[in-house]
Each structure stands twice: as structure tokens, then as C-alpha cells.
Design a protein around this ligand. Structure first.
Ligand SMILES: [Zn+2]
Length: 200
């Protein structure tokens, strides 16, 4: 049973790179700013639902991963780590091209409760945006999440997942993210999944 949600908004204003291309009309998107908007929306939704949660990085600047993990582990140990779920919110970027599109959820390598929670997120993403974007899965190990050796997943003592919410260097993905409907959809995926997980 999950009783505490930790929301991590990833990078800070001074993280290098981490933004979309500047599109023909001058619009572009910064990952750190967008992740904060998503986390704020999730936080407001959880407050309305009365679900205990906290925002790991209230600052705008980049907080080192080691410090983020320290903060998360302090919160987890105060609340019983097995009943705490950390969610790190990111936007994806393809290294080589701008044709990659869609949504992903990552967990640390191997099997853990995080895989079950990630599967709920994956289902919710399918329900909310699956008719418009690929919900990208790695099914080679029998579940839909991607196994990744990310510090925020590896160094935290509680179940932890990381969402890659569409590709900011794909114009279709990015335009959707920048729309009110897109932002709300990304928030809704997380809220839906958290509510479902808190009932498990
Ligand atoms: Zn990121």
C-alpha cells in the first residue's frame, strides 16, 4: 500500500541542453520548466484528493542527483520506504533524429514492486493518450517498462519510477505538450495512475 508520493521534477533552470528545438514560430519548450508545471499540476490534484505527497525540488535551479536521492531517502525513511513511491517527471529527447515519438516509463533494472507500479502508469498512459501517441514498451522481460540504470531509480530506497513524457524534439509531440490539453493529459496520466496504485 502506497501512502506517500514523492514528486521529482528532474532538471533545473541551469541544466545545460534539455530543451526542444526552436520551432518555426519561435516557440520552444524547456524540460526543467515543463516538468515543474507537470509536478505542480499533479501536486494540486493530489491535494484535492487528500493524498499525502511532497515535491522533492521546490527550487528552480538544478539540484544534484545525490542531494535529490538524499532528500527522497529521508522522506521515505520517515514514512516507511515500502509505502512510499517516487515519481520522476521528464521529457524525452532522441539523440539522432526527431522522428521518435511517444511515452515511456522507466524502472531500475531487475524485478521489484516498481515494475508493478510502472505497469499501472503504462496502462493509464494508454488510456489517456494511447490513441494519439505510441506508448513505448520494452516487453522483453515480461513487463512494459524500460529498465534503466538511472541514479534516481538506483539510489533511492523506496519504489521509484521515471516517466519520459513524449519527445520534446519531435514537433508533433512538442506541440501537444505545449498545448493546454497536452499539459493536462500528462498530469492526468500521473493522477490516474497514482489513484489506482494507492488502491492496490
Ligand atoms: Zn530529463
Amino acid at each position: 500500500m502506497i501512502r506517500m508520493i514523492i514528486l521529482d521534477n528532474g532538471h533545473g533552470s541551469n541544466t545545460p541542453g534539455k530543451r526542444s528545438p526552436i520551432w518555426s514560430d519561435g516557440a520552444y519548450l524547456q524540460e526543467w520548466r515543463y516538468a515543474r508545471m507537470v509536478v505542480q499540476g499533479i501536486s494540486q490534484g493530489l491535494a484535492r484528493l487528500g493524498l499525502p505527497h511532497c515535491v522533492l525540488v521546490p527550487e528552480e535551479n538544478d539540484i544534484a542527483l545525490s542531494e535529490r536521492c538524499r532528500r527522497a531517502n529521508r522522506i521515505a525513511s520517515r514514512n516507511d520506504a515500502s509505502q512510499t513511491l517516487l515519481i520522476s517527471v521528464h521529457l524525452n529527447a532522441a539523440r539522432e533524429n526527431n522522428t521518435a515519438s511517444g511515452w515511456e516509463v522507466h524502472t531500475y533494472t531487475g524485478r521489484s514492486r516498481s515494475d508493478e507500479y510502472a505497469a499501472v502508469f503504462w496502462e493509464c498512459a494508454k488510456e489517456v493518450i494511447g490513441d494519439r501517441f505510441p506508448i513505448r514498451g520494452d516487453h522483453s522481460d515480461g513487463d512494459p517498462d524500460w529498465d534503466s540504470n538511472f541514479a534516481i531509480l538506483r539510489e533511492t530506497v523506496c519504489p521509484a519510477i521515471l516517466t519520459e513524457n513524449l519527445f520534446m524534439n519531435n514537433e508533433k509531440d512538442c506541440r501537444f505538450l505545449m498545448s493546454d490539453e497536452g499539459l493536462q493529459s500528462i498530469i492526468d496520466i500521473h493522477l490516474k495512475a497514482i489513484q489506482r496504485i494507492c488502491c492496490m
